[in-house]
Design a protein around this ligand. Structure first.
Ligand code: AHG
Ligand code: MN
Ligand code: MN
Length: 342
């Protein structure tokens, strides 16, 4: 049997080899991974665990909260509050930031998460997940302990110290970057440990598979419509090849497929709510996924700009997302440029 490498061992070895994972960051990643294990257990119980159905509340974005959205949010807060590695947290399911209570020591990191991504898939037993992003709390004066504020979270994604997701599917998998490539871990349910199952993950530059919610086609902007029309035209069209389509409606599952076999994922701006830049949230959905995709050699833009360069202005800010295989993302971005006359 080949040697099994656990998440802890992987992080310790990365630290020894490259020295870029400070102790607090390692603890943070391990705590998040442990919380994801608890969420995986709750997800797996389904109707046997009283975790199904709606919670009867709405989040700040006006979306109905499911019981599992709330449970996952609580599990992540509870697990992360007391370790001394965090200054504060922000979540899709909380209006404002959650500062670490005074009774616990405050650390130097900020954690942002989508506690349960793909909530519409809970009832139908399709893959869902947790997405997370880690930032460092900025310091004006390193000698003083400054109170943490929402503004501290408004950093471009290029500043992330780590990012990842856990997908709860036929297997539970944790996918992680600390800025040195992408590694995947599979949960061994018998021993309860995350075991390294893929390293140096690479997204192929070309693909014949796209992911978009086609039911919104009539609402799209011209560049997105042009790209998808050309894919649909197949071998006889300008691309000269047939394309396949997939849409899970859980970003974690769609991104996981792209990290595994390539593809392009799009949730673009559309005319349904013209004042919103898109559906997905920048800080805890688009940024961590863009960091992972770039670390795997792919690309991520909002059609006009690299997502990781977008300067956030609000905690729950939305963004248009085009990510995955590099050459396809560059093509869609170029179509946006051409439409602008650039
Ligand atoms: P969440 O469940 O955290 O609100 O996120 C759902 C997101 C994302 O996972 C997915 O790609 C997209 O919404 C699906 O949207 P549609 O239902 O509009 O296809
Ligand atoms: Mn989500
Ligand atoms: Mn969510």
């Amino acid at each position: 049997m080949s040697k099994r490498v656990s998440l802890t061992q992987y992080l310790v070895e990365q630290q020894r080899l490259h020295g870029h994972i400070p102790g607090q960051l390692r603890l943070l990643i391990e705590v998040v991974a442990r919380a994801c294990k608890r969420i995986a257990i709750a997800v797996n119980k389904g109707a046997l665990g009283e975790v199904m159905g709606v919670a009867g509340t709405e989040n700040v974005q006006g979306e109905v909260q499911k019981k599992l959205d709330i449970i996952s949010n609580e599990v992540l807060i509870e697990a992360n509050e007391w370790g001394g590695h965090l200054a504060a947290m922000a979540s899709e399911e909380m209006d404002t930031i959650h500062t670490v209570p005074n009774r616990y020591p405050a650390g130097e990191y900020l954690l942002l998460f989508d506690p349960l991504d793909g909530s519409s898939n809970i009832e139908v037993n399709v893959s869902i997940g947790t997405i997370f992003s880690v930032l460092k709390k900025p310091h004006d004066n390193p000698d003083e302990i400054e109170p943490v504020s929402e503004a501290d979270f408004l950093q471009p994604g290029s500043q992330q110290a780590a990012a990842g997701y856990c997908v709860y599917g036929p297997q539970s998998m944790l996918v992680l970057t600390v800025g040195d490539g992408v590694a995947m871990f599979t949960l061994d349910r018998e021993t309860g440990s995350w075991v390294l199952t893929a390293e140096n993950v690479k997204v192929p530059a070309d693909t014949k598979e796209f992911a978009i919610n086609m039911s919104n086609m009539r609402h799209w902007d011209a560049p997105v419509k042009r790209y998808v029309d050309e894919c649909l035209a197949g071998q006889e069209g300008p691309r000269g090849k047939d394309f396949n389509m997939r849409w899970v409606a859980s970003m974690v599952a769609d991104v996981h497929r792209i990290l595994t076999r390539g593809g392009i994922f799009m949730y673009p701006w559309d005319k349904r709510e013209p004042d919103k830049p898109g559906k997905l949230r920048l800080l805890y959905e688009a940024n961590p996924m863009s960091f992972l995709i770039e670390q795997a050699g792919g690309a991520a833009t909002n059609g006009h700009q690299r997502i990781l360069d977008v300067q956030p202005e609000k905690l729950h800010q939305r963004v248009s997302v085009i990510l995955g295989s590099k050459n396809e993302v560059e093509r869609v971005t170029a179509y946006h440029q051409e439409a602008k006359g650039g």
